[in-house]
Structures are given as structure tokens and as C-alpha cells.
Design a protein around this ligand. Structure first.
Ligand code: CTP
Ligand code: MG
Length: 227
């Protein structure tokens, strides 16, 4: 049961990466999917899924352009400059969260995440989980790499982690303070490093991360409603 539905939820949408693996001229988050920049789709998903406001963390040289994407939305969307590593960008976003008790951290690179996944994550934090990740099953068979060989592993013991990840804001701040310069792949991992338990909720295939050129083709087809 949700205890305090009025608790403010702020979504940090990290969009400051350059998208090296995609290999385009413009930053990945500015690339349009069916006519709408990825970062705009990501922010819409957060707000439609229950976030009260969003902090967009943009590449430093693109703050003005990204701000122009949200003209007329200044009350609910703030654009700031990001940092070198993803976690630097999250930390800069966290500085703008203020007193909101619940923080979401979402990759702009997951523009098609359905609002119901966002809602699930928020509900789980409201129900008392300090750190929440949406997960999907691993569909491919997996092999562990050894020194001179590989060995099959049971794929059912692995889950793929998506975003938005949801946090009790105080717990997330504590995790970032403890992390220092040590690099972490995501914020839940950072929480786990200081023994904050991580809860899972079902994610969705639509929350796929646009990383390589083929992902962009897939996202475009999905967004056009052809799949
Ligand atoms: N990100 C960020 N700040 C950084 C690095 C990454 O805000 N210094 C964001 C990206 O914009 C992206 C998310 O973190 O939304 C996940 O990162 P990833 O998919 O790796 O994006 P890029 O780092 O942009 O891509 P690449 O690694 O291919 O360069
Ligand atoms: Mg990256």
C-alpha cells in the first residue's frame, strides 16, 4: 500500500554523454526518434509516469539547445551541464533535487520506457524500498569467459537492469558521497556498495537502451508504431 502519495518525486535524466558507440555528430540525447529528440521522450515518460519535475543533465556545450527543447516547461524541467563520467552527471543533478524525498535516475538513452514502468518504480520506493531497479530476463544463453576457454552458465540466474532507478533521496546522496571517484556502472550498484538493499520490479522491453546504430533503427520503428 502506498503510504504518502504526496511525496515529491524528482527525475534526474542523464543526457550528457556524447554517444561514441552511436557515432553521430550530435550528442546521442539530441538525436530524434520519429521526429522527437530522445531526451524529450525520456522526460515526457518520467512526467507521465508520475515524476513531479525533471532535471536534465546535458553536455556542457549543449545546455542552451537542450533548454530550447523544453520551452514553456520551465516550471517542471530544468537543464544543467553534466560531468565527465555518468556518475558525475548524476551527482550534479542530485545537487538540484532539493528536499524531494524520492529521486529517479533515468538514462536519456532509454527514450521509450513506458510510463507504467516509471510508476512501478515510484510505488516501490513509496512502499519503503530505498533503491529500486526495473529488470528484464536475460534471453540469450550466456557463457563465462575463462583464461583459455568459456563455460556455460545458467542464464536464469541473471537479470538485465534498466532505468529509471528509484531511490530514497537520502540513501542516494549517501551512496554518492561514499563512492567518491570510484567508477560505478549505475546508482543501484553504488547503493549496494554501502549495504543499501536493492529491490527489483518488472521492467519492459520498450525501455531498451539506444547504444549502437541498430538500436536506433529499432527505436525508430517502434516509435512510428510499425512494430
Ligand atoms: N551520461 C551522462 N554523462 C556522462 C556519460 C553518460 O549523462 N558523462 C548519460 C548518457 O547521456 C546516457 C546515459 O548516461 O543517457 C547512459 O550512458 P551511455 O548509454 O553509455 O551513453 P553515452 O555515454 O552517451 O554513449 P557512449 O558510451 O557510446 O559514448
Ligand atoms: Mg557511455
Amino acid at each position: 500500500m502506498s503510504t504518502k502519495p504526496s511525496q515529491e518525486v524528482v527525475a534526474i535524466v542523464v543526457a550528457a554523454g556524447s554517444g561514441v558507440r552511436l557515432g553521430r555528430e550530435i550528442p546521442k540525447a539530441a538525436i530524434e526518434i520519429a521526429g522527437v529528440p530522445m531526451v524529450v521522450r525520456a522526460v515526457r515518460a518520467m512526467l507521465n509516469g508520475g515524476a513531479d519535475r525533471a532535471i536534465v543533465v546535458a553536455p556542457e556545450a549543449w545546455v542552451e539547445v537542450f533548454t530550447s527543447f523544453f520551452t514553456g516547461k520551465a516550471e517542471r524541467v530544468k537543464v544543467i551541464a553534466g560531468g565527465v563520467m555518468r556518475q558525475d552527471s548524476v551527482r550534479l543533478g542530485l545537487d538540484q533535487v532539493g528536499d524531494a524525498p524520492i529521486t529517479l535516475v533515468h538514462d536519456a538513452a532509454r527514450p521509450l520506457v513506458p510510463p507504467f514502468v516509471v510508476d512501478r518504480v515510484i510505488e516501490s520506493v513509496r512502499d519503503g524500498a530505498p533503491a529500486v531497479v526495473p529488470v528484464v530476463p536475460q534471453v540469450d544463453s550466456l557463457r563465462r569467459v575463462r583464461r583459455n576457454s568459456t563455460v556455460a552458465v545458467d542464464r536464469s540466474t541473471f537479470l538485465r537492469v534498466q532505468t529509471p532507478q528509484g531511490f530514497d533521496t537520502a540513501a542516494l546522496r549517501q551512496a554518492h558521497a561514499a563512492a567518491g571517484d570510484k567508477e560505478f556502472t549505475d546508482d543501484a550498484t553504488m547503493c549496494e556498495a554501502i549495504d543499501i538493499p536493492v529491490t527489483t520490479v518488472p521492467g519492459d522491453g520498450l525501455a531498451l537502451k539506444v547504444t549502437e546504430p541498430m538500436d536506433l533503427v529499432l527505436a525508430e520503428v517502434i516509435a512510428r508504431g510499425e512494430a
